[in-house]
Design a protein around this ligand. Structure first.
Ligand code: SF4
Length: 308
């Protein structure tokens, strides 16, 4: 069995501790962006699950500059423990969707702090034009850049249902373009999207195993107040997993996942005051502890099934 520290899976934390010799903390930022899926370019409503904050509910305030948000994040984190290393994480909305000169200012401001080790940028694969890629390549030569692509699923019917707004070849081209510049690619997937079977979710994992990606987020679907998904859930309730089902299914995903791919998330990450379902997921610590126990009891580790 391969071991990544104490864990039975290859975690982002393990990689960061190995590279930087200590835990690296994320500061979540709001760069004042919008999204083509919200501003009318592709649509107005956004993805069906996306909250009004553009899936950046824990980000700093867009009324403050990036350096002010970083300073506030550092004050909060280092007030509780000694911290010297941070990831500047542009999370809210689509963080490559602005004129390239504006993006350059934003990214340079984020990496200017010497304790910011990595710039992590959440975006859509259809918002990576040549000029943006050139900029990302340049920034990546100064400090490592991670690009997080919101894929969610490989299945076209689900992608249409969630109003993702791009086709799979667009994602594949984005991964190739980013990797040709040595940029780390992290893919955001959502588990338990309405109508998807376990087999379909595992097909998404298997597909990503064949891609040149470095990280994955396995995000449990959260139904959040104020989203179109919440309206849908109210009108036509669909099944959501209980914790036991979810843990067992995660076990399957982990054992199938390429051991080279670092896991950046294994559960939900939504604000509890907006969460409608599944409510058990708001206790993240319990979910992760239960998962770790389950993996041990069942002798599961990442990649166990991958080579079969
Ligand atoms: S692409 Fe991202 S920010 Fe835009 S609507 Fe979808 S989830 Fe929200």
């Amino acid at each position: 069995m391969i071991r990544w520290g104490e864990k039975r899976y290859h975690s982002m934390d393990y990689d960061l501790k190995t590279a930087y010799g200590e835990k690296v903390y994320k500061i979540t930022l709001d760069g004042g962006m919008t999204c083509p899926n919200r501003d009318g370019t592709l649509g107005h409503g956004g993805c069906i699950f996306c909250s009004s904050e553009g899936s950046g509910d824990f980000a700093g305030s867009r009324a403050c500059s990036i350096s002010e948000q970083i300073a506030a994040g550092k004050r909060e984190l280092s007030g509780k423990r000694p911290v010297h290393s941070y990831i500047a994480y542009l999370q809210a909305y689509t963080n490559t969707y602005a004129p390239v000169c504006r993006l350059e200012e934003l990214y340079m401001e984020a990496i200017a702090d010497p304790e910011v080790r990595i710039l992590s940028i959440a975006t859509r694969p259809d918002c990576l034009g040549t000029d943006v890629l050139e900029l990302l390549g340049r920034i990546n030569r100064i400090k490592p850049v991670w690009i997080e692509l919101g894929l969610q699923t490989i299945h076209p019917a689900t992608a249409r249902y969630i109003r993702r707004g791009y086709e799979l070849p667009v994602f594949e081209k984005a991964v190739r373009d980013l990797r040709s510049m040595g940029i780390t690619v992290i893919v955001h997937t959502i588990l338990y999207l309405p109508g998807e079977t376990n087999e379909q979710m595992l097909e998404t994992v298997d597909y990503l195993n064949r891609m040149d990606i470095q990280g994955i987020k396995l995000q449990l679907l959260h139904i959040l107040k104020g989203t179109d998904l919440a309206l849908e859930y109210e009108r036509h309730p669909f099944p959501v997993p209980d914790m036991e089902d979810y843990i067992q299914f995660l076990g399957m995903c982990i054992s199938r996942l390429n051991p080279q791919t670092a896991i950046h998330r294994l559960t939900g990450d939504g604000p509890s005051e907006l969460l409608i379902a599944p409510l058990w997921s708001s206790n993240k610590r319990t979910v992760l502890n239960t998962l770790h126990r389950y993996l041990k009891e069942q002798d599961i580790w990442q990649g166990k099934e991958y080579y079969d």
